[in-house]
Design a protein around this ligand. Structure first.
Ligand code: MG
Length: 157
């Protein structure tokens, strides 16, 4: 059985926060705001994986009202998500993620992100695709107010 899922997430960019994206820290003057480390890429990915297994969403499993998840490394949320879908008998075939950010440049960091995320998901690096785009200075992303991410995941059992 093959199943597909999609995920979408947005976080606000603010000063005095570290920027965590795709499981790595990127040097930048601002960071994403959230209850966890606000890694928008991983959150969209978790929602795609959960969606493919029809296991609700990241907010259902890891509520932002729960102090256990305050400041948590989103890599731990991804690991737990992988555990949840694996428990249902699924394995991950491939994932494809698009990050929307006006700044900083994401492309130089993509190989590191793929390395980290493929390790957590237990799949080969060439099954993890990460892409980045600006929004041509349009909308909240283009004004640098936040970042968004879209993800698609294919899983099977
Ligand atoms: Mg989020």
């Amino acid at each position: 059985m093959i199943r597909i899922g999609q995920g979408y997430d947005v976080h606000r960019l603010v000063e005095d926060r570290e920027l965590w994206l795709g499981g790595i820290r990127i040097p930048y003057e601002k960071g994403l705001l959230g209850h966890s480390d606000a890694d928008v890429l991983i959150h969209a990915l978790c929602d795609a994986l959960l969606g493919a297994a029809a296991l609700r969403d990241i907010g259902y499993h890891f509520p932002d009202t729960d102090p256990r998840y305050k400041g948590i490394d989103s890599k731990l949320l991804l690991a737990e998500t992988v555990r949840l879908i694996t428990e249902c008998g699924f394995r991950i075939n491939n994932v494809d993620v698009t990050v929307m950010a006006q700044q900083p440049k994401i492309n130089p960091h993509i190989p590191d992100m793929c390395n980290v995320l493929s390790g957590i998901m237990g799949i080969p690096q060439d099954c993890v695709s990460i892409k980045a785009t600006t929004t041509e200075k349009l909308g909240f992303v283009g004004r640098g107010e936040g970042m968004a991410a879209l993800a698609v995941a294919l899983i099977e059992k």
